[in-house]
Design a protein around this ligand. Structure first.
Ligand SMILES: Nc1ncnc2c1ncn2[C@@H]1O[C@H](COP(=O)(O)OP(=O)(O)OP(=O)(O)O)[C@@H](O)[C@H]1O
Ligand SMILES: [Mg+2]
Length: 616
């Protein structure tokens, strides 16, 4: 090699070395930059340390303007890569001597620690206190890009398991993810005063679930507000207008679906002196009719395991006929040709007219009417179950990656809304109790491998799941059934989402099973106390913010989130029809009564709203 060539080679080698050196320097500079807090971030120094909390002294009046209650700060520890995270809870101006500068004391509730990995440019947040703060430790403001970085680290998109509720109130640039699996695995409760956004939050959650291929959920819709969810299957119990030609979304719930106890809750008057005898005889008549059905239809195999509560069809009109016979029965007396009253003579005098009135009342038609060939066939229970618990997928599609395009008009047959708003209101707890027992029993009896997880969204559940001391008999039965789901449902893949205005009016045993609590604005002190019990240490101050939350702003607490931080729920694209009407502004606009009132009266007569269901 000649000299010239050797020189060129030398230069190239030097250039390469320089490049590597530069790269190293850049990398070191970057490493230094990662999550490094400088003088401009410094708020003050730790001046008092207690378990789970500390005080920071701030001398700079400009910095204290940035320390707002509810926001977050980072406290340095003796280890450079381990820091504490806290929430400002109180800012106090200390008394200044004349001519001296004012000092400020900030109380901070500690919520966890972060461990920074500068090489990988990552950090991990954990709820435990890994680092120990000491007097004089620096407290930094957590704002801007660093806040976004921190929020993104605690709100991780776990792919299929994730659900987004909206954006964090602290940093509206970051999506607030929840782990959807954890959210449902141990039941959830959604609480908040009336009109604060519970139904809208439910719709926001359901809308995301509905894009999943084999979603499986049912909403008990008490006010008919979820009929606006176009992508869901809208089901309802038959109304008086449905009895002749029911549409495919109309369900009947014949009395043979119900257990003996449920029937007695519905029909028996406990104050009747003959109530015990009536219950006994109804039981006996139903048993005989069910046996007769099994024999007539050659279902002899079922006879072996048959009980009076087995779901075997019978016609309730026949039971009334049987009871009438017993009520009027005359039997031979001791003397020749003598007849005396049978053992049940007159014992149904009060009950029979009541039963007859119910059977002929068209509002109760979903129990007693319908095409007998269909409704009184033992396969009707399969149809009913498929409607409530099915996903609509009957064969392997092979397209496991497919997302249902609900915003392009696709329906998800696994998302079911059961509209209870048209059912007789006095029956509400009984009917919901029966449906709850029914779906849970089917899930319970299924083989482990056949159980497809399902969530029951119970809106307005204070109406049918109150504390036991406030329960009437029907509510007690409903609480019993849903209490069972709350206690055992997890194992069988069936969980509750209890939604109520008043957590203190929700059955405490059911509430205590909820591993996740999403709380919107709560004004009542006893309701707040319930939330406080679930709030982790260091976050107790958040409870004071509950009455101050904006509409649609919530705090998620529990397994599904890393930290309970305020989230602004992004409204669903398809929200429920539960708008809070404006009064004075509406009255200020042009208006015409037209047919408005007549339509209401007409619907009342027909017991249906024209906008309901398909084809109407
Ligand atoms: N996330 C949100 N963003 C914007 N507006 C919202 C949000 N959530 C609710 N709202 C507004 O508040 C109104 C009432 O909401 P929603 O029906 O969900 O209340 P609710 O808590 O279910 O009340 P109730 O207990 O009476 O059923 C909505 O019609 C909507 O105008
Ligand atoms: Mg609501």
């Amino acid at each position: 090699m000649d000299n010239a060539a050797a020189k060129v080679l030398n230069e190239i080698e030097k250039k390469i070395e320089n490049k590597i050196e530069n790269k190293k320097e850049n990398k070191n500079a970057q490493d230094k930059e990662f999550f490094v807090f400088g003088g401009e971030d410094l708020a003050g120094l730790v001046c008092q340390v207690e378990t789970g909390r500390l005080d920071v002294e701030i001398k700079d009046g400009n910095k204290v303007q940035l320390v707002n209650v509810g926001r977050l700060g980072v406290i340095a520890s003796t280890h450079p890569d381990k820091m504490l995270v806290g929430r400002y809870e109180r800012v106090l101006a200390s008394e200044a001597e004349p001519g001296q500068k004012q000092n400020y004391i900030v109380s901070i509730g500690l919520i966890g620690s972060i461990v920074i990995n500068r090489q990988k440019r990552t950090f991990k947040f954990s709820r435990s206190m890994i680092a120990t703060p000491v007097i004089g430790s620096h407290c930094y403001l957590l704002e801007g890009e660093k806040l976004t970085l921190f929020m993104s680290s605690i709100s991780v998109n776990d792919g299929d398991a994730s659900l987004t509720l909206g954006k964090f109130s602290l940093d509206e640039g970051v999506d607030a993810y929840m782990n959807g699996d954890a959210l449902f695995q141990r039941h959830m409760a959604l609480v908040g005063s009336s009109g604060c956004g519970k139904s809208w939050t439910v719709a926001a959650i359901i809308e995301q679930i509905a894009t999943r291929q084999s979603a499986n959920l049912m909403v008990f819709d008490i006010h008919g507000e979820y009929q606006a969810l176009k992508y869901a299957v809208q089901l309802r119990l038959a109304t008086p207008t449905d009895l002749e030609q029911p549409a495919s979304n109309v369900l009947f719930m014949p009395t043979w679906f119900m257990s003996h106890d449920e029937l007695m809750t519905l029909f028996l008057d406990k104050s009747d002196p003959y109530a015990a005898a009536q219950s006994l005889m109804i039981n006996e008549c139903i048993r005989k009719r069910k046996m007769h059905y099994l024999k007539e239809n050659n279902l002899t195999e079922l006879l072996k395991s048959f009980t009076v509560d087995s779901p075997v069809p019978y016609d309730f009109h026949d039971i009334i006929r049987d009871l009438k016979y017993l009520n009027e029965e005359l039997i031979p007396g001791v003397g020749q040709g003598e007849v005396v009253k049978g053992p049940f003579f007159g014992k149904f005098d009060q009950l029979l007219p009541k039963l007859e009135a119910k059977v002929t009342d068209k509002r109760y038609g979903f129990m007693f009417s319908g095409d007998k060939k269909k409704v009184l066939h033992h396969d009707y229970i399969n149809y009913f179950t498929a409607k409530l618990m099915g996903t609509g997928i009957n064969s392997q599609s092979g397209k496991h990656e497919r997302k249902i395009k609900i915003f392009e008009g696709e329906q998800n047959l696994g998302v079911k809304v059961l509209n209870m708003s048209l059912a007789p209101s006095e029956l509400l707890p009984s009917l919901i109790g029966v449906v709850g027992r029914f779906v849970f029993t089917v899930q319970f009896w299924n083989n482990h491998e056949n159980r497809h997880p399902m969530v029951l969204f119970c809106d307005e559940c204070h109406l049918y799941l109150p504390p036991l001391e406030n329960c009437n008999e029907a509510q007690r039965a409903c609480v019993f059934q849903f209490g069972r789901i709350a206690k055992e449902g997890r194992k069988y893949g069936m969980v509750l989402a209890a939604i109520t205005q008043r957590p203190s009016d929700l059955n405490p045993s059911i509430l205590s099973q909820c591993g996740n609590l999403l709380t919107l604005r709560l004004t009542n002190a006893s309701d707040q106390a319930i939330v406080k019990k679930m709030m982790p240490d260091g976050m107790n101050g958040l409870v004071e913010e509950l009455p101050l939350l904006a509409i649609g702003e919530l705090i998620p607490i529990g397994d599904s989130v890393v930290l309970p931080l305020k989230v602004k729920v992004t409204p669903a694209k398809c929200p429920p029809t539960s708008e809070t009407p404006t009064y004075c502004s509406t009255w200020s606009q042009e208006h015409q009564d037209g047919e408005r009132l007549n339509i209401g009266i007409d619907n009342m007569r027909r017991q249906i709203r024209k906008s309901f269901g398909d084809g109407e």
